[in-house]
Ligand binder design. Sequence first.
Ligand code: GA4
Length: 328
Amino acid sequence: MVALSKPPIEHLSLLRPPTTLFPCIPLIDLSKPDSRNLIVRACEEFGFFKLINHGVPTELISRLESEAIEFFSLPLYEKQKAGPANPFGYGNKRIGPNGDVGWVEFLLLTLNPDHLDYENVSIFGQIPENFRCAVNDYVSSVRRMACQVVELMAEGLGIEKDAFSRLLKDARSDSLIRLNYYPPCPELPALNGRNLVGFGEHTDPQIISVLRSNNTSGLEISLKDGNWVSVPPDQDSFFFNVGDSLQVMTNGRFRSVKHRVLTNRFKSRISMIYFGGPPMSEKIAPLSSLTGGDDQTSLYKEFTWVEYKNSAYKLRLDDNRLVLFEKI
Ligand code: GA4
């Protein structure tokens, strides 16, 4: 197990894990013809679904997972050479710039070609070439699958097939990959049946997030009624989250799902998340194909992705980042 550094444990939140397992997690089989309608229904009801028969080769998944395990097993001083995450690089407990903390270590890497040169050079200066190849091969395959899924989503909504995928495919797409390592939560009497929060509740800013984890539990999502349910892990599947940008583009029809991760008492959890985002200069607004071109029905003001990001980085993890852009 890897030792984590400051801030001290008292600064981390504790929560009792929910007793309810996600009762009816929407399951999408990419090989089935009816998946487009099921995807739409899942995004409306939960903003979340599990994808099977996804076509991403197991070899690419296990190669990146092994590289990540190798990285997180390095001595702290070695990992710190790839940090601090500001916002990209190696991070340990501190999440974002505004005081959020969790029982987690991570590597956050930008895939945005405009940022690569100056942001990632120092990280990849420390990380061997085979790590970089594992990231690139994994991302190419996951991005291809994500595009296929958002195209089915668009078809299910009855709008232009490339309404969302053109943003993920754009050469300037501001997308990210995050590798999270959650060590087992220590057994302390003070915890009193509760677990340390690994990653506090939040919604994802981008269009779509695609998560793959090992078989350790911890991920929870918030349902429409505000109840939290835990998502049984499945290392052979991918989990999709609707992000804030997709909620806006669908004029609130899809839910940007609130989620969090509690640490497991006995096992470490490792997750890899691809965040598919738009290019920096992209204007985000409800699609006219969904509002019928009637501006009156639009729930959000238009904003650029860079405007959203600038405001997001001034907020805390659990803040609602869309209120600023809601029409009154
Ligand atoms: C949440 C989703 C992604 O992990 C992330 C996070 C980002 C970061 O860790 O730098 C943020 C958070 C996330 C939203 C608000 C800001 C920015 C931390 C934070 C407090 C990489 C992202 O894109 O937004």
